[in-house]
Design a binder for this molecule. Structure first.
Ligand code: PEP
Ligand code: MG
Length: 422
């Protein structure tokens, strides 16, 4: 009757666009439901499978699909709202699942000066970390406001081409540690614990204000987010917010356009910020967990020193405890939390962050295809099971044991895992 109703209405109104209008490449059809006539009208050579909200294994679409030898999964409830046109999904008509772990978007980390061409090719959905300090490191001196503005604006414009939902997170200057700019950085006995990043910016207000002005001006050209690096306490955020408000007032007075809603977030990469994540979360619009530094500081193991490389352990129970704590704080305060440390590019670890509830992963673009392939073969239920592995193993285990157990689970549950990660 539904089918007849639709066909009758189409005939009466003269509007009878075929259901497959716009279908140009072989695709999986994701629909609320399909009537028998809609199903048979579809060009067989362009239909790889069906996934529908309604129906059952004996509904018409399922029966016809079976007759045509096309895999179909019906009765998925809300699949039309969970996948987007053009997204890659894996359909398992035998077990009745559509794997969609790809719901966690994967963004790219970008160094200014490195060609952006590969980002689209590798499937980056945005730029999750723009390491602005490379504008200083590439030049060896402070870039002018115009130099910065042009670089940020061009990156923001490029980001818009990465599709709907794309944004660029520009991190304020993160110098210090191993990122030394002659003439700007000072010699320190212990640079990783020294006058780095936000500490340096708050002590050099003019430089901070220049950068904020350039970032705000660029925000008129694309979806820009500002991120403060190396936050270790709330007063750094309060002071930064004051500086940002002052720069906005100055831009307003000069009539300069910028995005008034530009989100401002914090890197969570210092243990004190991770532990006090709830208070930090109250003051920002998002978190991005920098596991490169967070693991280094939690384990007291220099991230660049090979002789302590074995202590660089993202799956150490202490690190996992802290990650859960930060993710919970973000949830509690209703802000998004991403991971932009390179740990996310290892599928065993990146999938774990996604499973534990992060909203976004950002990594070097070349790793994106592998992690996307693994995630797209997992459902949310799979991810929940995966997240339970380290919880069930408890704290009295080594990072290696957790890593190996997780890896074995992926090898068992992800179709073709060994080949994907090869
Ligand atoms: C991090 O610390 O994880 C991070 C992404 O920042 P960087 O590697 O630039 O210190
Ligand atoms: Mg860092």
């Amino acid at each position: 009757l539904d089918d007849l109703e639709r066909r009758l209405l189409a005939a009466l109104t003269g509007f009878s666009a075929p259901v497959h209008r716009g279908l140009k490449v072989p695709s999986i059809i994701v629909a609320d439901d399909l009537t028998p006539s809609e199903t048979v009208q579809l060009p067989r050579d362009l239909v790889l499978g069906f996934a529908t909200n309604g129906g059952s294994t004996t509904s018409h679409v399922a029966l016809l699909a079976r007759a045509m030898g096309i895999p179909a999964v019906t009765g998925l409830g809300d699949i039309t709202s969970r996948v987007r046109a053009g997204e890659t999904v894996l359909i398992d008509g035998t077990n009745g699942t559509l794997k969609d772990g790809g719901e966690v978007p994967i963004f790219a980390n970008l160094h200014p000066g490195v060609p952006v061409g590969g980002l689209r090719e590798h499937g980056a959905r945005g730029i999750g970390l723009y390491r602005s300090e490379y504008l200083w490191l590439n030049r060896g001196h402070e870039p002018t406001e115009e130099d910065q503005f042009r670089a940020y604006r061009d990156a923001a414009r490029f980001t818009a081409q990465l599709g709907e939902g794309a944004s660029i997170t520009i991190r304020a200057l993160d110098i210090g540690g191993d990122k030394i700019v002659r003439g700007i950085s000072h010699k320190e006995a212990n640079p990783f614990l020294g006058n780095r990043s936000i500490r340096y910016l708050l002590a050099n207000r003019d430089m901070f204000k220049t950068q904020l002005r350039a970032i705000l001006r660029a925000s008129a050209f694309g979806r820009v987010r500002l991120m403060y690096p190396m936050i270790s306490c709330v007063e750094e955020l309060d002071e930064s917010a004051e500086v940002l408000a002052e720069v906005k007032r100055e831009l307003d007075a000069a009539g300069v356009a910028y995005d008034r809603e530009m989100p401002a977030g914090a890197m969570i990469e210092v243990p004190s910020a991770a532990i006090n994540a709830d208070a930090i979360a109250k003051r920002v619009d998002f978190f991005s967990i920098g596991t490169n530094d967070l693991v280094q500081y939690v384990m007291a193991a220099d991230r660049g020193n090979e002789s302590v490389a074995s202590l660089y352990q993202p799956t150490n129970p202490a690190v996992l405890w802290l990650m859960r704590h930060v993710i919970d704080a973000a949830r509690h305060r209703g802000i998004k939390v991403g991971v932009c440390g390179e740990s996310a590019s290892d599928p065993v670890v990146g999938v774990l962050w996604a499973a534990m509830g992060v909203d976004l992963l950002s990594m070097s673009a070349t790793y994106i295809p592998v992690i996307s392939a693994v995630l797209s073969r997992l459902t949310r239920a799979d991810l929940d099971a995966y997240a339970r592995i380290p919880v069930e193993m408890g704290n009295d285990v080594t990072a290696r044991e957790i890593y190996d157990r997780c890896r074995a689970w992926l090898a068992e549950h992800v179709f073709d895992f060994e080949n994907i990660v090869l």
